[in-house]
Design a protein around this ligand. Structure first.
Ligand code: R5P
Length: 259
């Protein structure tokens, strides 16, 4: 790793772990629940995130430029929930990511989907550019509706991402998750997925970290929580302090709904 690339990766981590706050959902979902007004959602959560994952449009309009939190810039997209989701292109150039002072760029890959090859080409294009400028690339393993979220499939997608040169991979937690981590030679973080009860989401995060994930890139289970600030604090307790889900939920008891 060049110094710049290593420096950017280390900005995303605290003691080898990370809580990335994902608020990029609007790039294909529009004003999704909890993110209707991105500035309102994001502002109170910033002090508790290690980095913020979002598109350039929301970054420029909804986050003040004096903010020092590392930015993970989503650079693939061009589709909507109304069409085939795998039909993505690179929407944002590496030069723009540098202008925006991003600490990493994020590209989705859709292994097994209709446009698998194009999405792997998008990832490769950004890895080549990232190598040129010292910009880490986070590969997001998007799962098509027809795909099983099991260790075999996620292991395949994560390994392909790493083989193409991604510096970090984001995937989903699953049974036998350790196999996914063991087969992926770069750090793995997990997405939160659809909103579930708070303690369940914390349990998934705790299991993922126990099984080798370096952290989470979590969105809906934080910003759709009845108390997003309490929830992100609990996620931090799991990822950074190694607390189990019950203990983490207890630290914010009173704010989070009881089981
Ligand atoms: C997915 O397309 C986006 O990249 C999200 O950032 C990612 O899925 C994480 O968000 P959530 O925890 O809501 O799944």
């Amino acid at each position: 790793m060049t110094w710049g690339l290593q420096n950017r990766v280390s900005r995303l981590m605290k003691d080898g772990h990370t809580v990335m706050l994902a608020v990029d959902h609007g790039y294909f979902q529009g004003p999704t629940t909890g993110l209707e007004n991105p500035r309102k959602t994001v502002t109170p959560l910033l002090p508790y995130a290690d980095s913020l994952m979002l598109t350039r449009g929301v970054l420029r309009t909804s986050v003040d430029a004096d903010q020092t939190l590392p930015i993970v810039l989503r650079v693939s997209g061009g589709t909507s929930i109304l069409k085939e989701l795998s039909d993505e292109v690179v929407t944002t150039s590496m030069e723009e990511a540098i202008r925006l002072n991003a600490s990493a760029v994020a590209v989705s890959i859709f292994v097994g989907s209709e446009h698998e090859k194009e999405t792997l080409a998008n990832l490769s294009e950004m890895v080549n550019a990232g190598e040129r400028y010292g910009m880490p690339v986070l590969a997001v393993t998007a799962v098509g509706r027809e795909m099983a979220r099991d260790a075999r499939y996620l292991g395949l997608a994560c390994r392909i991402a790493a083989e193409l040169g991604a510096n970090l991979v984001k995937t989903y937690y699953c049974e036998d998750f350790r196999k996914v981590v063991d087969g992926c030679p770069v750090p793995v973080i997990i997405a939160g997925g659809k909103k579930v009860p708070e303690e369940e989401a914390l349990r998934v995060a705790a299991s993922a970290v126990r099984d080798g994930a370096v952290g989470v890139d979590m969105g809906r289970n934080i910003f759709q929580s009845s108390d997003p600030v309490a929830m992100i604090k609990a996620v931090r307790a799991v990822v950074h302090e190694g607390k189990d889900a019950e203990e983490a939920a207890r630290t914010v008891r009173g704010s989070l709904p009881a089981r």
